[in-house]
Write a protein that binds this ligand. Structure first.
Ligand code: CIR
Length: 258
């Protein structure tokens, strides 16, 4: 089963983004450049055939541009998460109203469970859930229970070196996985055709399959070539300012699968 997408939801970056969480040590983001890059990101999604709903910036939450983390969108339901980062918990406010335009069924992850959807990778009707500093066992278990109620499934996978599961691994459909670092030899992922991201291009492990095209961050030529060799059309997007906040391609949108 190959998922496809018709709609994406993004949130404009706030000037407050310069105060976002980061471990990257790449300097302060340039807000003006971030706005331009965000606009180009939206254009790339549109090129892939998506209708993009653009939400206003939320100045109360510096990391709110990384909207992926606050909801998981499946074909059957949306799940509003409970971010593990204290400064991000409030980002879920208002998401029920936004998602109600697209979903009849909206579920929630609740304390003491925490979950950020950057830790959730959709593979058909199965969802891999990374156990990270942001997503705990209770959060993963709650999500697995919710998925089961809708005829889907989930399983937890360990991670230790990266922020979120999808920081280090991306599903490119067609049984193919883009993998880096600690995920290259993870037993759970051995059944996939694996495209290995070299260590010096680790940021490109967060690439994004949308309706047959793979969005890849700009500036990672070996990974780009490997994805093209595997038969995909590639579209590069420059995300330098979001990388400074540990954010990548997937983090900047919610994609609604059908
Ligand atoms: C954070 O640390 O929460 C943000 N600065 C970056 C979030 C990136 N989101 C993602 O990987 N899904």
């Amino acid at each position: 089963m190959i998922n496809s997408f018709t709609t994406a939801i993004v949130r404009l970056p706030s000037p407050e983004m310069v105060n976002g969480l980061t471990s990257a040590n790449l300097g302060r983001p340039d807000y003006t450049l971030a706005l331009i890059q965000h606009q180009r990101y939206i254009s790339a999604l549109e090129t892939c055939g998506l209708t993009v709903k653009v939400l206003e910036a939320n100045n109360r939450y510096p990391d709110s541009v990384f909207i992926e983390d606050v909801a998981l969108c499946t074909p059957a339901c949306a799940v509003i998460t409970n971010p593990g980062a204290a400064s991000r918990k409030g980002e879920t406010e208002g998401m029920k109203v936004v998602l109600s335009a697209y979903y009849q069924n909206i579920e929630h992850i609740q304390n003491p469970g925490t979950l950020e959807a950057g830790d959730v990778m959709m593979v058909g009707s199965h969802y891999y859930i990374g156990l990270s500093d942001r997503t705990n066992r209770q959060g993963a278990d709650q999500l697995i229970q919710i998925l089961r109620r809708y005829g889907m499934s989930g399983s937890a996978v360990p991670l230790k070196d990266v922020l979120h599961l999808k920081t280090g691994v991306s599903y490119l459909e067609n049984n193919s996985l883009l993998v880096s670092g600690e995920f290259i030899d993870l037993p759970e992922f051995k059944k996939f055709k694996r495209i290995v991201v070299p260590a010096n291009e680790a940021y490109a492990a967060n690439s994004l399959w949308i309706n047959g095209t793979v969005l890849v961050p700009e500036g990672f030529p070996e990974t780009r070539a490997n994805i093209e060799t595997a038969g995909y059309t590639v579209l590069e997007v420059d995300l330098s300012e979001f990388r400074k906040l540990d954010g990548g391609l997937s983090c900047l949108s919610l994609r609604l699968p059908v």
